[in-house]
Write a protein that binds this ligand. Structure first.
Ligand code: NIG
Ligand code: FE
Length: 403
């Protein structure tokens, strides 16, 4: 097979251990073979063998980063919740609205009413926006269907998007997101139902991982553990919406089940952070939700650094707590609101986000990784986190192809 060579590129390789300076290579070359990177490095070091018969691309001095990875989204849902935004501006809190039967439950109603085609159309718009900013891999959670039939409907939409669009999508089953009306006041019975949904969804090829919402408006520690036990039995990796509104010890529980990630984490304790570090669990920070529901307690970034828990950043794109389809904006907000460095933030949407999805074949620019990369109209990678409200993406290469 012949090679395709991208030259005149300034590379932010984001390789492990090298991102003290983003793994910057000033006059860099990427050699692509099929869907993979065959060689990455400075032009002066490139072995001549690659040049023979290669197709040449001129990156025109663009900055090139790995393709961006959005590792926590709820992209498939019906309706919107602008009305609740108004209620909150008139004094109600996110929790008040949830307890009064709004919140996740109102989106469940709209999602159940929507046809598969309607859900597809709405999610495609959001996906297109993310892709325009260089997102090449993302995760989509269910969790607004809350019955076998409606969860399957949403997960099929996510699978169809992956078939139709140049992007890879990981599906996560989030049946334990809220208690649906037919199980009102009987969360334990609903959890039993969630447990029975997993095997059939897996058999239909619809799920890659399992998530739950462990919090005072979600599920208890014991209920969450029931879900994790079944996931473990089915060999499905787990992750958790943990310590968003309270410290429910979700992080320690998730770590006990070798979770890929714990997400939100505003109320994470030192014990939780230590457990995550030991289990190799990634902390997924969601600045959009922190901002939009006007949290005042920041996730304990310094604690995560001390315990060397890798930090990823994601949009949490969803109608209630983060109606956002800009991963670049999250880079900026991770820095301004949560005080991450631009380098930590960029690692958080590339290499560490890949880790949060259990993917080892992407997230950095080096040989044998997927040829997923983005050309940016900026001089320095810090600009990606610094500017907000603009989109400097020039083009995106996904699996070796310009998309
Ligand atoms: O990630 N915390 C739970 N789930 C979502 C919000 C869902 C909603 O409000 O619709 C989150 O913030
Ligand atoms: Fe979420």
């Amino acid at each position: 097979m012949s090679y395709e060579i991208w030259e005149n590129a300034r590379l932010a390789t984001m390789q492990e251990g090298q991102d003290a300076n983003y793994g910057l290579i000033d006059d860099g070359v990427l050699v692509v073979e099929g869907k993979q990177l065959a060689w990455v490095g400075p032009r002066s070091d490139m072995p001549m063998q690659y040049r023979h018969g290669a197709f040449m691309h001129d990156a025109r001095n663009a900055l090139v980063t790995p393709g961006l990875i959005d590792c926590h989204t709820h992209l498939v849902y019906g309706g919107h919740r602008a009305n609740e935004f108004e209620l909150r501006l008139n004094g109600a809190s996110y929790e008040d609205i949830a307890r009064a039967g709004g919140g996740i439950k109102s989106t469940v109603q709209a999602t159940r009413m929507a046809s598969e085609a309607e859900l597809y159309k709405a999610a495609l718009k959001r996906l297109t926006h993310l892709m325009k900013e260089g997102v090449t891999t993302l995760e989509i959670k269910s969790g607004y269907g809350l019955s076998l039939e409606n969860e399957a409907k949403c997960l099929r939409v996510a699978r169809q998007l992956a078939l139709d669009c140049p992007i890879q999508i990981k599906n996560t089953f989030l049946g334990a997101h809220a208690v649906p009306p037919e199980f009102q006041d009987n969360a334990d019975a609903y959890i039993d139902a969630v447990v029975t949904m997993m095997a059939p969804l897996q058999a239909q090829g619809l799920i890659d991982a399992v998530d739950a919402f462990c919090d005072r408006i979600g599920f208890t520690y014991a209920q969450t553990e029931k879900v994790f036990k079944e996931a473990q039995r089915l060999n499905l990796p787990v992750k958790l919406h943990a310590e968003q509104l309270t410290d429910s010890h979700g992080a320690s529980l998730a770590a006990k089940y070798g979770a890929l990630s714990c997400d939100h984490l505003e109320w994470l304790s030192e014990e939780g952070a230590a457990a995550m570090a030991k289990a190799g669990t990634v902390a997924v920070l969601l600045p959009g939700a922190f901002y939009f529901i006007r949290e005042t307690k920041l996730p304990p970034i310094e604690l995560l650094r001390q315990h060397k828990v890798p930090m990823a950043i994601s949009t949490d794109s969803n109608p209630g707590s983060s109606p956002c389809t800009s991963l670049l904006l999250m880079l900026n907000m991770a820095c301004t609101l949560m005080r991450l460095t631009p380098q930590e933030a960029l690692a958080g949407v590339t290499r560490v986000a890949a880790q949060a999805l259990g993917l080892i074949d992407r997230g950095a620019l080096c040989a044998n990784q997927r040829a997923d990369f983005v050309l940016w109209d900026v001089q320095h990678p810090a600009e990606l986190a610094y500017a907000f409200g603009s989109n400097p993406c020039l083009s995106t290469v996904w699996g070796g192809q310009v998309r």
